[in-house]
Design a protein around this ligand. Sequence first.
Ligand code: ZN
Length: 156
Amino acid sequence: MNISKNSVVSFHYKLSNNEGEILDSSEGREAFTYLQGTQMIVPGLEAQMEGKGKGDKFKAVVAPELGYGEFNKDLLQQVPLDRFGEQKVEAGMQFQAGEHSVVTVREVKDGQVLVDGNHPLAGVTLNFDVEVTDVREATKEELAHGHVHGEGGHQH
Ligand code: ZN
């Protein structure tokens, strides 16, 4: 069967930027499994998955606006260093800010911390090498829960 809304899809991938640097890869791991149509993967990749089948290998180039978003300067913020208390703060550190977002420390200077609320891959064109390893229909239960059960999914 071909991938369409409510397909359970397993795939291996290699993700690189336009400079050819590998940013992420499923190599050495289990294939990534998701439910098509639920935006569990970036929209630009989900769209290009549509119609593909088991065994298909393809390249998907995803622009930032269909990936992790454009880089937003408004998400850069100066925070006084003393707000971090005793905690050691250095450029490159990441902090949880709320339930779903992570901020990255860009710079510590003159008692101020420059924090960046952009996704680490914001503004990056994503180049995926994809190999679809399995496609099946979601069960009724999976559709009701909105996620995949079993291998590569929720175990409950
Ligand atoms: Zn469930």
